[in-house]
Design a protein around this ligand. Structure first.
Ligand code: SF4
Length: 282
């Protein structure tokens, strides 16, 4: 079996940075209470490891008392949570990816300048919830079809979730230009992060050139699910696997070639573990 490995595997820079900061915090503050608001990144194996090192995940700050550390996750946090954490005098350790933070700044600027804001993304994702806490009146859509019946102002700013697909973003912009003539000033910010764009490009190549594609990562990770969706368009033998257990069934198909890529929050060691197992098939 031929194994073709993508260039982009393992953590992206934002996730690597976040995990390193949290690990250092846990090592250097063993006696302290260290909480994280939600999942610091979206990968179960990494979260389990951090939990064992002492990180406590919380969905509310109600029961947390100072002194304690509060980690703000890589994909951003709503302003009301940050405000409450400050009121409670928690020691905030913000590991928001710099790329996500730059999108928040764009959103803030657009809002302040009076633009109506349109966000392409998943309303339930923490990254979008954080943006909505900055611009509560922003409209959020997950696909072009959802803007057909929406009314827009003269001045519109468009941004997207950092892990959105480029095709969906282009389709949305195209639709706005062709079907919403009342918008006289359209400001478009390509806020899909470079790492996501590179992985999206690579997965297309892998899907076209191999009999099957493995996308290693969590089913809770937006960018991993996106890679699966893109790959499936070109290759019906595309699989999202979270670990070795789901690999065995796939290997029974005896594919001649397998392309391998990972989501941005998948650790390198997990990718290596899976490659080692595949090599044993030969
Ligand atoms: S996928 Fe992009 S935006 Fe998300 S954490 Fe990684 S570098 Fe940052």
């Amino acid at each position: 079996m031929r194994v073709v490995l993508a260039k982009h595997i393992g953590f992206c820079s934002g996730v690597r940075r976040a995990v390193k900061i949290v690990e250092d915090l846990l090592i250097n503050n063993k006696k302290e209470n260290i909480f994280c608001f939600g999942a610091v990144i979206h990968n179960q194996q990494v979260l389990e490891k951090l939990r064992k090192q002492g990180l406590k995940e919380v969905s509310s700050l109600k029961t947390i008392k100072s002194p304690a550390y509060l980690v703000l996750p890589s994909h951003g946090t709503s302003r009301d949570v940050i405000k409450l954490a400050k009121q409670k005098r928690l020691r905030i350790v913000d590991v928001t990816c710099p790329y996500v933070a730059s999108v928040q700044n764009i959103c803030k600027r657009l809002n302040k300048a009076g633009y109506q804001i349109l966000i392409l993304g998943d309303r339930e994702h923490p990254e979008i919830k954080a943006l909505l806490s900055i611009a509560p009146k922003a409209k959020v859509v997950n696909r072009t079809g959802e803007i057909k019946d929406l009314d827009f102002n003269l001045r519109l700013g468009v941004i997207s979730q950092t892990t959105q697909s480029k095709e969906k973003f282009l389709s949305l912009i195209n639709y706005l230009l062709n079907n919403k003539p009342l918008i006289k000033e359209l400001r478009i910010f390509n806020t899909i992060c470079l790492d996501s764009l590179s992985r999206q490009k690579e997965v297309v190549k892998l899907a076209k050139q191999n009999e099957a594609v493995l996308i290693i990562g969590s089913k809770f990770s937006a960018n991993t699910k996106r890679l699966l969706g893109i790959s499936l368009k070109f290759n019906s033998h595309s699989y999202l696997i979270e670990g070795l257990s789901s690999l065995e069934q796939i290997l029974k198909n005896n594919f001649k070639s397998i392309g391998i890529i990972s989501g941005a929050s998948t650790p390198d060691w997990l990718v290596r573990e899976i490659i080692e197992r595949i090599k044993k098939e030969d």
